[in-house]
Design a binder for this molecule. Sequence first.
Ligand code: ZN
Length: 498
Amino acid sequence: MPIRLYNTLTQTKEDLQTVVPGRVGMYVCGPTVYSFSHIGHMVGPVIFDTIKRYLVYSGYEVTWVVNITDVDDKLIQRVQAEGATPADMAARVKALAETVTADYLDCLKALGVDGIDQMPRATEHIPGILEITQGLIEKGNAYASGGDVYFDVTTDADYGKLSHRDFEELEAGARVDPGDKKRNPGDFALWKGSKPGEPAWDSPWGPGRPGWHIECSAMSMKLLGPHFDIHGGGLDLVFPHHENEVAQSECYSGKPFATYWLHNGLLTKGGKKISKSDPETIVEMRDLLARHQPDTIRALLLSSHYRRPIDYSNDRLDELDRALRGFRTFFDRFERITGQSFYSLNASSQKTAGAEFPDEVSDLRRQFLDAMDDDFNTGGALGVLFDLLRVLNRYADLQQLDKPPVDAAVQARFVAGVVTLRELAGLLGLFREPSKSAEADSGDRLTGPLLDLLVSLRTSLRKSKNFALSDEIRDRLTELGVILEDGAGGTRWKITDR
Ligand SMILES: [Zn+2]
C-alpha cells in the first residue's frame, strides 16, 4: 500500500508522489523564540519527527527543515517590557533568542526529536529575504510604502486557495484604516521599517526587519528548492501564515511551492486552546519533564490522529504513565527470560531475516504499518503496540517461558516477536533507551516541587534582606546545574545539564 496523506490544499487524501523519486523535502514552521517552550510547542516536532521516521523506514531519503524565528515583534515587546533601552535592545533580543532556542533544543532532545536536518535562523537569511522582496516588487506583486514593503494580494488570482477562503468576500467587509500604509486590507508586510534602536538590517527601503511570512518562504526555498514535497505546521497557521507563504513563493518563483500541506491539530487543556494569552493553559516543558517520563509525553502527542486536537490533562498523563510502565515491566521480563536487553535488539535485522514469529504478531505488524500508511495514523499505530504487548505477554505465559528450560525454537519465536515490538516502537520514537530506575523516577517527580520550594524560600530571604544566604542558595544551585533567573514576574529555575 502506498503512503497516503491528507492535503489541506486539495482537501483530499492523496498518494505520496515526490518531486524527486525516492526523496522527500519537508519544511515545518518552528517557534518564535520569545519564551520557554510549553507543551504546545512540541506537538508539531513530535508528529513530524514520527512522520520522518516512517518515511525513512519506507525507503525515502528525507531532508527535514525546521526554522527558528529569532527576530519578531514578540521578542522586541518582551525585552521592552523587561526594560530594554534603544541602546541595548538589539543585543537583548539576540540574547533572549539564544536562551529560548537552547531551551527549545533541550526539549526536542528530551522527547527524542532527533530527525531535524537543518534549523535555519531567520536572521541568517536576510539576503535571501531581500532578494525575494525585491523580486516581488519588480514583478508587480509588492510595493514599498513608507519604509515598509507589502505584498499586494489583489495581484495573485490564486490567493485563498490553501485556506479555501473566498478572497473577494474577505476583502468586501474590510477597509484600510486611514493612515495605514497598505493599499488593500489583506495586504501583508514582507519588510517592516524599524524604529530607532530596534534590530535592523539595511535594505533598499531603509533599515528594517523581515515580516514573519517571508522568512519561511526564503528559508524553505533556499534549503529545499522552490518546489518541495511536504510543508507542515499547526492548523492555526493555515491562514494567514501559510496562505501568504504560498502566495509570495509562487508569485516569486513561478513554480508550485509545496505539493502537500499537512496540518496538525492543536493541543487543548480542558477544551481550551493552549495559548500564551491564557496563562492557565500553559504547561511548561521543564515542569512536565521534571514530573513525567519523556516517553509518556511523546505518547500523549501521538495518541490521536495528528489532524485532531489533543486534550491535555494530568489524569491523561498519569494514565499513560501507568500504561507505558506495562512495557517496561515486559522488557524486564524479556531480559530475565532471554538474558538480552530489549534496548540492544537490532530491529533492522528482522526485515531481511524473515523471522518466523507467531502469525498474530505478523498480523499486528501489518495493522501497524497500514495505520501509518493511512495518513500517518499514529493513534491507531500506538493502539496496535498495546495489542502486541498483550500478545507477547500471553505467548510467554502459555509457553511458560519464565520456567526454564525453554525449547530453543519457542524462545527464538518469542525473540522475533519482541524484535517486532522494538521495530514498531522505534517508528513512533518510543522506548529508545532504558528508563531511569524507579528511584530516579520518583526523584524526578520531586525535582520540580523541591526547586519551587527553594526558589520561594530564597525569595523570602531576599525580602528580609538576607542576601548572603539567598546568594548562597543561588550559587550552590548553579554548581548543581540549576540556573535561577530573576525577572519582573518572579524567579524561574532552569536545569541546564541533564
Ligand atoms: Zn512558517
